[in-house]
Design a protein around this ligand. Sequence first.
Ligand code: NDP
Ligand code: MG
Length: 396
Amino acid sequence: MSQLQQISVLGATGSIGLSTLDVIARHPERYQVFALSGFSRLLELETLCLRFRPRFAVVPTAAVAVKLQGALQSGGLSTRVLVGEAGLCEVAAHPEVDTVMAAIVGAAGLKPTLAAVETGKKVLLANKEALVMSGALFMQAVRKSGAVLLPIDSEHNAIFQCLPGDYGRGLSQVGVRRILLTASGGPFRQTPLEQLQAVTPEQACAHPNWSMGRKISVDSASMMNKGLELIEACWLFDAKPAQIEVLIHPQSVIHSLVDYVDGSVLAQLGNPDMRTPISHALAWPERIDSGVAPLDLFAIARLDFQAPDEVRFPCLRLARDAADAGGSAPALLNAANEVAVQAFLQRRIRFPEIANVIAEVLNLAPTVAVESLEGVLQADAQARQLAEQWLQRHER
Ligand code: NDP
Ligand code: MG
């Protein structure tokens, strides 16, 4: 490869953003950082800018932009600081950008990720919420622009690696019977059910295998993460919800499997370190060093599997129902979940109430067909409003 690939990292200050920059830093002969974005961790963003010297940085407000611009200038950088969603969309769609890492958490990442898709970039998708919300429109935009969409979510990256290159012809065409989506079961897999009422945000965020941002950590504890991933997999691989089976695999060594009609089951294994899927997607179709230690199967010694318990994890059922309902249901589910998780992190509600908020929003808001981005945003806003109303009625 003669030219350096120019990369915009959206959500650079987060867990995925930092892992991405760790991989990029290992391969200066391949990759150059074009833009970095942050939201609340602005000192960290400044440090990252001084280290990676991007053309652009993006921050949430004009006041913060002025401050960062001054600091970077004093540091001898010519980095231009842009503001807000418009700034994020600009660095996602910039003609000089080859690759966009979409690693903003939640619905806030939707428009910038779509901007990258619509301009035909290589899009590394960590921001699963964007795809869950807008699935049909998102995939339509991918087909229209010719964007190369590569999954960063470890499970979807594993499935992608276990599928043949021409899986776009249709899963049944390439002999796939089912997709087996693995889940760790999170920190509360074995917690007595009556104790879930009292669990704290700190306990929910203490994931046994992965170190991640707070929102996805709570989603893992409720297994809504697996629910969102089920919907994500349906869109990425053109699968029906019924073709995807969730299985709990507490060691997080097998990252997912593909079951073929001849009885072959292909799996991708690796240490639970996001630098593996990030490196895979960055270099695809080549392979590069990620800094991840080789897998030591002797140390792991055993791999366990069990079926998920929907009494313990009602969010999984809610997500499967939303996947079956289609239309606006996944956008409603996602937005209600974002509000509920935030409320739990702020200690406004108890952990099991996350599922109650989402169930009520899905009961109250009718599922409608979604034909435009406005439709998606309307569903998102309606769910947020209904979820807030629930919180006001039930707050402790
Ligand atoms: P983090 O919370 O660690 O990082 C989120 C990033 O988004 C940060 O850079 C944050 O900025 C930025 N951000 C937050 N809110 C906004 C907003 N309103 N507007 C613009 N930027 C915002 O999350 P993760 O890195 O863990 O997760 C990122 C995405 O990747 C999520 O969608 C998650 O589901 C997905 N993912 C993560 C995995 C992981 O291992 N962490 C695994 C698989 C998927 P700041 O920090 O400066 O506030
Ligand atoms: Mg995952």
